[in-house]
Design a binder for this molecule. Sequence first.
Ligand code: NDP
Length: 450
Amino acid sequence: MADISDVKVNEFMAKVIAKNQGETEFHQAVKEVVESLMPFLEEHPEYQFSKILERMTEPERVIMFRIPWTDDSGDIQINRGFRIEMNSAIGPYKGGLRFHPTVNLGILKFLAFEQVFKNSLTTLPMGGGKGGSDFDPKGKSDNEVMRFCQSFMTELQRHIGPNTDVPAGDIGVGGREIGYMFGQYKRIRNEFTGILTGKGLEWGGSLIRPEATGYGAVYFADEMLKTRNDSMKGKTVVISGSGNVAQYAVQKVLQLGGKVVTLSDSNGYIYDPDGITEEKLDFVLELKNIRRGRISEYAEKYNVQYVEGKRPWEVKCDCALPCATQNEIDVDDARTLVKNGCYLVSEGANMPSTPEAVDIYLESKILYGPGKAANAGGVAVSGLEMSQNSMRLSWTREEVDARLKTIMSDIHETCVKYGKDESGYTNYVNGANIGGFLKVANAMMAHGYV
Ligand code: NDP
C-alpha cells in the first residue's frame, strides 16, 4: 500500500501539472522538492495549513515581453524575454538571466523555483528569480549582442532595482552581456546602482564572482569528501561544459591537487588523460571567452581525443562535476559513472541529473551534492557583490574567497543537519530541500497570506 506521503505527493503534483501544462522541467523540479518535503510537512501541519508549498509553486509575478532588435544586415529580429519573480519572502528577487534558444517559460520557472531554495541556503537575504530570452548569442557579432541586450534592458529596467530584483548571468550571459545591459540601464534611468551582479571590477563588480560557482562546487565536493576523511588530492575528475562554471571548477580542482581529464560543449567532449594544466586552461579561457570557438579546437591543439556528439560520463573517474546544463546525466550515464568507480557527483549546473539518475546515486550511496546546494557559491558571491555595492567599497580577493568557503561549508552543514539518515548516510537532496525551505516558509508565515 502506498505511503500517505506518496499519496499526497501525487495529489499535489496532479494539481501542479494541470495548472502548468507542458512545463516538464518545472514539474520535475517541484516533484523532487515535494518528495523531500512531504514527510517533514506531515510532522509540521502548520505549513500545510498555511498552504506554503502551494504558494511557493506559484510565482509572485511573471513578466513576458517582446524584444525587437536589428541584425547586422538590417533585418528586424524578434525574440521573447522573461523575468520570473518567484519569491521575495527573504529578500529582493535574485537569480540569473539565460540567453539560449531552448529558453521557455517552463525552464525559467524550474530555475526560479530552485533559486528560492538555493538563495535561502546561502544564509544571505535574497529571494528567488530567473529570466532570460530565447536569443542565441552564438554566431552573433558583438554589435548584434549589444543591440539585443539594449532592447532587452529597455523593457526589463522598469521591473528591476537594487531593492526589488537583481539579475545576474547564466548560460549565454557573461561579462560582455552584463556590461551592455548595465550600460543601457544607466542610460535610461540616469542612475549608477547595483541592479545587476557579475559586473566588471571597474564598475561595481566583486572579485571572485566569475570564479564563484565553479570554485563553490569544488569546495562543496571537498566538504563531502571530508565526511569520509578524504580530499580532492589525487582524484581523477570528469567535468562537462566549458563555460564559466566549468572553467573555474577546473582551476579549483587543480589547486586542490586533483586531475581534470574532460571538458565539453554542445558538440562533443575532449579527453585529456594527462590532465588539463593551468596553461591548457588559459587556452580554454581564451578560446571560449574571447574567440568564442568550439572545444574540439582543444583536441587539435593538444593532440588528444575528441568525441563528437557525446557527453563525457563514459570516462572513468573518481568524481564527476556536471557544469553544462539540465538533464545532461540520464539513468544510463549515472549507471556507467557508478560502475566505473565514480563515488562523488557535485553539480555545478542546475538539475543536470535526471530523477532516475539521482535514484542511482542515492541507491549506490555515493556522495551526491545537488545543484541547489553545490552551485550556490555563484549567487552567494552575487549577494556579497550587492553588499559591497550598498557599502560602496570593495573587499579583497582573499576576503571574498574566505566568505565563499565559509558559506559553502555552512550549506554543507545544513544539508547534513536535515539530510542524515539513521544509517549515517547523508541524503543531500533532502537536506538541501528541507534546509532551504524552512527559512522561506517561516518568513512567509510571518508575512501573512500574501
Ligand atoms: P556558459 O554559457 O558560460 O557555459 C555553458 C556551457 O554548457 C557551454 O560549454 C555550453 O556549450 C554547454 N551547454 C549549454 N547548453 C548545452 C546543452 N543543451 N547541451 C550540451 N552542452 C550545453 O554557462 P555557465 O557556465 O554560466 O552555466 C552552466 C550551468 O551552471 C547552467 O546549468 C547554469 O544554470 C548553472 N549555473 C551557473 C551559475 C553562474 O554563476 N554562471 C550559477 C549557478 C548555476 P555551448 O557553448 O556549445 O552551448
